[in-house]
Design a protein. Structure first.
Ligand code: UDP
Ligand code: LCN
Length: 804
């Protein structure tokens, strides 16, 4: 499109490009490109014509451009996931399409810096032979999606791909499915088919005979009464717990074999008994069930996993029963054992997961260099040197507890995903990964500026680990579409790992492709026994009200809270988050301080971090604590604000949201960026109207103006005004508040529950387990490539820094 665009308005184009190159070499972001385009034209009509024309469209869609006079190279994002790279000569406006790798090479030249240290592992800055990794090159025969609207529906699409792969005139084309069924067993006991079932025609005959047989029986005939006949036909248990269920499953497979179709394929795999034991890795932080939330690096991921495990156990139990099996499932959450547990249970080796029957938290310690257990907490940014050893120790522990291999391994966050990759590759187990947050997208330009940040954040290790895990994994679970592919305007978190470079370290010509059918959206929920509507009067935890009353309104500063609310008649604007920079709680206090009308309309209550910097051991938290104090003083907020330290009691927090709703208040999530935002759905589950950042997951959870509001965290005046406007409207019309409260609940019930989640994730586990057998050779080749990368790059990076 670029050549056409340039032909259209040659004169204006030239002026625009002259402007772009006038200040020499640099990286220009979208907004800057647009501003310069506007400035290059003095005529208003010209401006409108150009901006509305082809070039305007292309510049609008350009995420960034590398200016290397006389050239400008553009990274154009035409649609979610769809990128084009072009190089334009600013004098003659000639255009050349370039590869992502070429574009990245040009970008790297902007970051050449002679003063960089010359440790042997860093390739020389101007080295033409910088390490380039291209995972796309080893992904050649895997089918990919093509439409941006299909991204995130991987499961549905692999069912289609599998159907077409198994479809052919010859009955033996479905043989891979039989081969897969022949591998099914539980502790050596065969399931679904016996070893004698060695041809497709035998299988098809057996299915027919068995279906005719069960059709003649009462629906509720238990499997035990069918077992003997089934075995005569070479069929083993696993088809169902009664005649009806068996008939459905038999019929479903018969139809798949007759003419494979995606709907039956999906249904069949949701019934295949292939998952009994699951291992979930969540390594960093304080992973526990009590007194851990709000501690550094410990937030939503812990909540998510505990709820996820409960939901998965429930779903597994139901499936196993319906499969007619007498098997006890087990779920293990593998985390780190921290001897200096600071009053938490993180020093306990095995802890049952509350409200489950068969799930446990298993803690394995990190080892320090002298082989002893590492006693203290380690920040998620400094964790990399411990992971390989951890993976080995955890594997031994898992094999011992489960008395064998698990059937599915799910990793969480970079560290958990890397370990999940190591363990699943070693054991040959299906792997799922969940990001929760990808740090590269949180810290602007952290790829090209990795060197400046490395000492503090070790992004060299983190991004390398992310790449290894994303590419090893069989499937990736995300909470929203935006997490994968963003929106029309903004690239998604995974999408930003498509092509990127860390100058002097590694260029990812293809990192991860969002059209890969491994991507699946399965949004989490909130525990509805804790987060229920404020209107459910009989379930309200009234015995907690005196404590909550004291927490919100008592006078005098303590080590639990600072500030007080002088006017109790006002509604409360509430927020709760860890006190990280990106959560932007200090930003919220600033919006509030600056907006007189908002201060008049509502009180502000924030639950966040510690109140005293000297008590915190976390770099970012310390800065934020100091900033909070400074803002409260600067805007003289005492009397209007209550700052409460992190609250770790989820049950009481649930009631706290509801007490805020009683004041006709609102919840606000002001983050500069939020990957998903569990607090948003917790608040909405309680019927509390919610305003949340438009940067990240909340933008998808809330339909702006319908089930809540979006706020722009980069424009504090606008955000403050929007919140004030909401309270003003509620003041004028009480029904307005109720309308938003009801709409928030409706949105939750339709899209964000754990039941929907567990069904989807277990279907992924069983379907991808078969899918990976269909492209074995390619997977093996990729595995070799990944292993080499892990060995030569990741291990080297880790060895360059010595942990404390
Ligand atoms: N949370 C809490 N006490 C606090 C801060 C947070 O209980 O002081 C809980 C909150 O209710 C939510 C989770 O921690 O369940 C935070 O999840 P979210 O997805 O909002 O953010 P994250 O911390 O994972 O980035
Ligand atoms: C981590 C985050 O930062 C949040 O946005 C998510 O809600 C949480 O994990 C659970 O996925």
């Amino acid at each position: 499109m670029m050549p056409d665009a340039l032909r259209q308005n040659r004169y204006q184009m030239k002026r625009c490009f002259q402007r772009y190159v006038s200040k020499g070499r640099k990286l220009m972001k979208n907004q800057q490109l647009m501003e310069e385009l506007e400035k290059s034209l003095d005529d208003k009509v010209d401006k409108e014509k150009l901006v509305e024309g082809f070039l305007g469209y292309i510049i609008c869609s350009t995420q960034e451009a590398v200016v290397l006079p006389p050239f400008v190279a553009f990274a154009v994002r035409l649609n979610p996931g769809i990128w084009e790279f072009v190089k334009v000569h600013s004098d003659d406006l000639s255009v050349e399409g370039i590869t992502p790798s070429d574009y990245l090479k040009l970008k790297e030249t902007l970051y050449h810096d002679a003063s960089i240290h010359d440790s042997p592992i860093w390739a020389k800055q101007d080295d033409n032979y910088q390490l380039e990794v291209d995972f796309g090159a080893v992904d050649l025969s895997t089918p990919h999606l093509t439409l941006p609207s299909s991204i995130g529906n991987g499961l549905q699409f692999i069912s289609k791909f599998m159907s077409s792969k198994l479809q052919s005139d010859k009955p033996e084309s479905s043989k891979p499915l039989l081969d897969y069924l022949l591998t099914l067993n539980h502790r050596g006991e065969k399931l679904m088919v016996s070893d004698t079932m060695d041809t497709m025609s035998k299988l098809q005959t057996a299915l027919l005979l068995a279906e005719v047989f069960v059709s003649g029986l009462p629906k509720d005939t238990p499997y035990l009464k069918l077992e003997q006949r089934f075995q005569e036909w070479g069929l083993e248990k696993g088809w169902g717990d009664n005649a009806e269920r068996c008939k459905e499953t038999l019929n479903c497979l018969s139809e798949v074999l007759e003419a494979p179709d995606p709907a039956n394929m999906e249904k069949f795999f949701s019934r295949v008994p292939s998952i009994f034991n699951i291992v979930v890795f969540s390594i960093h932080g304080y992973f526990g069930q009590e007194k851990v939330l709000g501690l550094p690096d410990t937030g939503g991921q812990v909540v998510y996993i505990l709820d996820q495990v409960r939901a998965m156990e429930e779903e597994l139990l139901q499936r196993i029963k319906q499969q007619g099996l007498n098997v006890t499932p087990k779920i293990l959450v593998l985390t780190r054992l921290i001897p200096d547990a600071k009053g938490t249970k993180c020093n306990v080796e095995i802890e049952p997961v509350e409200h489950t029957k068969h799930s446990n938290i298993v803690r394995v310690p990190f080892k320090s260099q002298d082989g002893k257990d590492l006693r203290h907490w380690v920040s998620r940014f400094d964790i990399y040197p411990y992971l390989e050893r951890y993976a080995q120790d955890a594997t031994a522990k898992i094999l011992k507890i489960l008395e064998g291999k698990p059937d599915l391994i799910i990793g969480n966050y970079t560290d958990g995903n890397l370990v999940a990759s190591l363990v699943s590759s070693k054991l040959g187990v299906t792997q799922g990964t969940i990001a929760h947050a990808l740090e590269k997208t949180k810290y602007e330009d952290s790829d090209v500026k990795w060197r400046e940040m490395d000492q503090k954040y070790h992004f060299s290790c983190q991004f390398t680990a992310d790449m290894i895990a994303m590419n090893t994994s069989d499937f990736i679970v995300t909470s929203t579409y935006q997490e994968i592919a963003g929106s029309k305007e903004k690239p998604g978190q995974y999408e930003q790992h498509y092509a990127f470079t860390m100058p002097g370290l590694c260029r990812f010509a293809t990192g991860i492709n969002v059209f890969d059918p491994k991507f699946n959206i399965a949004a989490p929920g909130a525990d509805q026994s804790i987060y229920f509507p404020f209107t459910q009067k009989k379930n309200r935890l009234t015995h907690l009200h005196p404590q909550i009353e004291e927490l919100l309104y008592s006078k005098g500063d303590t080590d639990e809270h600072i500030g007080h609310l002088a006017d109790r008649s006002k509604p409360i604007l509430f927020s709760m988050a860890r006190l990280d920079k990106v959560k932007n709680i200090t930003g919220l206090v600033e919006w509030y301080g600056q907006n007189k009308k908002l201060r008049e309309l509502a009180n502000l209550v924030v639950v966040a971090g510690l109140l005293d910097a000297s008590q915190s051991g976390d770099r970012e938290e310390i800065e934020e604590i100091n900033k909070m104090h400074e803002l409260i003083d600067r805007f003289q907020l005492k009397g209007h604000i209550r700052w409460i330290r992190a609250q770790t009691d989820r049950v009481r927090n649930g009631e706290l949201y509801r007490c805020i709703a009683d004041t006709k208040g609102a919840f606000v999530q002001p983050a500069l960026y939020e990957a998903f935002g569990l607090t948003v759905i917790e608040a909405m589950n309680c019927g509390l109207p919610t305003l949340a950042t438009n940067q990240g997951g909340p933008a998808e959870i809330i339909v702006d103006g319908v089930s809540g509001f979006h706020v722009n965290p980069t424009n504090g005046d606008e955000a403050g005004a929007k919140i004030a406007d909401f309270f003003q409207k509620c003041k004028e019309d009480v029904s307005y508040w109720n309308k938003l409260s009801t709409a928030a609940l409706q949105r939750i019930y339709e899209c964000y529950t754990w039941k929907i989640y567990a069904t989807r994730v277990l279907n992924m586990g069983s379907t991808y387990a078969f899918w990976k057998t269909l492209n074995k050779e390619e997977r093996q080749a990729k595995q070799c490539y990944l292993q080499m990368f892990y060995n030569l790059q990741f291990r080297n990076l880790v060895s360059t820094y010595t942990p404390e």
